[in-house]
Design a protein around this ligand. Structure first.
Ligand SMILES: [Zn+2]
Length: 202
């Protein structure tokens, strides 16, 4: 993640952005707007994630970061400043491969980080608390380091389709106006399997 962040932050700077790193490890590139009018001082967020699950192909997550970067690069090449600022965010560990939890980076960015997650351990016994600290972040600041939503123009993300709908109908792109929230729970069932063929229903 450190290597990926370093490479992408170099590209961000080449596209005229200043870069910083959030406490959880989110990489944030900022392209300043002209700061005038009703949108002056506000920010449009374009983002996705740089990590990915195994065998997810080369477009998952990184496509959204690269498309956002390419858009800003175009503005920078033409010397244009939009009326609002743009932040390109590469979220850290969205897929939860290391700590078995999803949306780590975006939950911290959204101000919805749950401090109980700091006790989670990776397979080597390293806690999230220790990993954040080793990465240069402040674990105690995660809950309060959320992005203030009052100055946002909006949020936009390009992502590959993760189902067959567009492919089935032969459309190259779909535009959605909302996104599903996702919750995961672990459920245990107690009991014993019935012997096949001897199960009676009442
Ligand atoms: Zn993804």
């Amino acid at each position: 993640m450190n290597e990926a962040n370093n490479i992408v932050s170099g590209w961000m700077r080449m596209a005229g952005m200043s870069t910083r790193r959030g406490e959880i490890g989110n990489l944030i590139g900022r392209y300043e707007g002209i700061g005038e009018g009703t949108l002056g001082g506000k920010t449009l967020v374009l983002s996705s994630h740089l990590d990915t699950v195994r065998d997810a192909g080369k477009y998952d997550g990184i496509l959204g970061v690269m498309v956002a970067l390419a858009c800003v690069q175009q503005l920078h090449n033409r010397g244009e400043r939009p009326p609002f600022s743009i932040e390109v965010v590469a979220f850290a560990d969205e897929e939860g491969l290391r700590f078995g939890t999803t949306f780590l980076g975006s939950s911290a960015y959204a101000g919805a980080f749950d401090r109980k997650r700091l006790d989670l351990q990776d397979r080597d016994g390293v806690t999230l608390f220790e990993a954040v600290r080793a990465f240069g972040g402040d674990p105690f600041a995660l809950e309060v380091s959320g992005r203030d939503p009052t100055d946002l123009v909006g949020y936009c993300e390009v992502h590959i389709e993760q189902g067959p709908v567009l492919e089935d109908v032969g459309l190259p792109v779909g535009v959605v106006t909302a996104i599903n929230g996702q919750s995961r729970i672990r459920v245990g069932f107690r009991g014993k399997p019935a012997t096949p063929g001897r199960c009676r229903w009442r």
